[in-house]
Ligand binder design. Structure first.
Ligand SMILES: Nc1ncnc2c1ncn2[C@@H]1O[C@H](COP(=O)(O)OP(=O)(O)OP(=O)(O)O)[C@@H](O)[C@H]1O
Ligand SMILES: O=P(O)(O)OC[C@H]1O[C@H](OP(=O)(O)OP(=O)(O)O)[C@H](O)[C@@H]1O
Ligand SMILES: [Mg+2]
Length: 282
C-alpha cells in the first residue's frame, strides 16, 4: 500500500485535498482525522503538519508527500521534489521599513526574523553576509515594529501583509515556491504505484489547464488551422459529409482558448466549440 503524507492545515491543505479528490482518491471527512485508508486505490493518507512532511518522507516511513517547495528546502531533509503541482504559489523575500536596506548585501550586522530559518541562514551564508537570524512561529511582519529585528524574511503571496505592516520587499526573491510532490532522495523513481499516483495528479493538472477544441474548416485552410491548434501530439482530422470540409479536434491551453477561437474564425473555421476535460492520462 502506498503511504502518502498530505498537509493537515494551512494554505496547502484545502487545495491538496481537492486535487487528490479530483484524482479519484478518498479524502478525510473531517479535519480531526489524522490518517485514512483508501482500500480501492491501495493508498493510505497521513495528515501531517506541512512543515514536518519532508522529515517524515526522508525517514523512509512514508513513500511520498505533498508540501511546499519552500518548506522542503527549509527542512534540509533528505527528500526531493518530483512533481510541481501549480497551487499555493508564493515567493520568499526579505522586507524592511523603507530606508533600512536595499538588498541582501546591506544586511551585515542586522537581525532577520523568519519562520524559515533554514532557507535564510543558507541564503545569508551563500552571500557571505554576517547577520543574526531570529526564529518566530508566524506573524513575523510585526517583529520590526516591536524591535525584535530590522529585517524579516517571509512568504509573500499578495503582499497585503507587508503593506499593512508598512514594510516593502528588498532585493530579488530568495525563492519561488508552489506545492510539490516529494520523495526520499535517491529512491526508485520507477516504482509502479508511485508512477500511477503521479500520472493521476498529472491528469488533474492537464484537465485544469487544457480544454478540448472542435471546429470545422475548409481543407485549403487546414494547415493554417492546425498551426493554431497543434494539440499535444497532433490534432485529429476527420472528413465531413460536405466535400472540401474537415472537422478538427485538439487540446488547447484553456487560457488561450478565446484568442485561438478568434484566430480560427478569422481564417474561416466555423462551429468552433470548447469542452472541459474532466480527467486525462497523457
Ligand atoms: N498566503 C500564504 N501564506 C502562507 N503560506 C502560503 C501562502 N500562499 C502560499 N503559501 C505556501 O503554503 C505553505 C505554508 O503553509 P503552512 O501551512 O506552513 O502555513 P500557513 O498557510 O501560513 O498556515 P499557518 O500559518 O496556519 O500554519 C508554504 O509552502 C507557502 O509558500
Ligand atoms: O502576501 P500575503 O497575501 O499577505 O500572504 C503572505 C502572508 O500570509 C502568511 O501569513 P499567515 O496569515 O499564514 O500568518 P502567519 O504569519 O502567522 O503564518 C505569510 O506568513 C505572510 O505573512
Ligand atoms: Mg502562516
Amino acid at each position: 500500500m502506498l503511504r502518502i503524507a498530505v498537509p493537515n492545515k494551512g494554505s496547502l491543505s484545502g487545495p491538496a485535498a481537492e486535487m487528490l479528490h479530483e484524482a479519484g482518491y478518498q479524502q478525510r471527512r473531517e479535519s480531526k482525522e489524522l490518517r485514512i485508508v483508501d482500500p480501492e486505490n491501495d493508498v493510505e493518507f497521513f495528515y501531517l503538519r506541512p512543515r514536518d512532511i519532508a522529515i517524515y518522507v526522508s525517514s523512509g516511513q512514508l513513500d511520498i508527500g505533498i508540501t511546499g517547495r519552500d518548506l522542503l528546502i527549509d527542512a534540509g531533509a533528505d527528500a526531493e521534489e518530483i512533481l510541481p503541482l501549480g497551487f499555493a504559489r508564493s515567493t520568499f523575500r526579505y522586507a524592511t521599513k523603507p530606508g533600512t536596506a536595499n538588498g541582501v548585501t546591506d544586511l551585515n550586522g542586522m537581525t532577520v526574523a523568519t519562520s524559515y530559518e533554514g532557507i535564510v541562514a543558507k541564503h545569508l551564508a551563500d552571500h557571505g553576509i554576517d547577520a543574526s537570524v531570529v526564529h518566530l512561529d508566524g506573524a513575523v511582519e510585526t517583529a520590526i515594529e516591536l524591535g525584535v529585528a530590522e529585517v524579516i524574511a517571509d512568504v509573500v503571496e499578495t503582499g497585503t501583509s507587508l503593506r499593512n505592516a508598512g514594510l516593502a520587499v528588498i532585493g530579488e526573491p530568495i525563492m519561488k515556491s508552489e506545492a510539490v510532490v516529494i520523495r526520499r532522495t535517491g529512491t526508485d523513481g520507477e516504482e509502479p504505484k508511485v508512477q500511477q499516483f503521479l500520472r493521476r495528479l498529472q491528469g488533474v493538472l492537464v484537465a485544469r489547464t487544457y480544454v478540448m477544441m472542435d471546429y470545422d474548416c475548409r481543407v485549403e485552410e487546414l494547415e493554417k488551422a492546425v498551426a493554431l491548434t497543434p494539440g499535444l501530439e497532433s490534432p485529429t482530422v476527420s472528413p465531413l459529409h460536405n466535400e472540401g470540409w474537415v472537422a478538427v479536434r485538439a487540446m488547447v491551453p484553456a487560457k488561450e482558448a478565446q484568442r485561438i477561437m478568434d484566430d480560427l474564425y478569422d481564417i474561416g473555421a466555423r462551429a468552433i466549440l470548447t469542452t472541459a476535460i474532466h480527467a486525462c492520462r497523457l
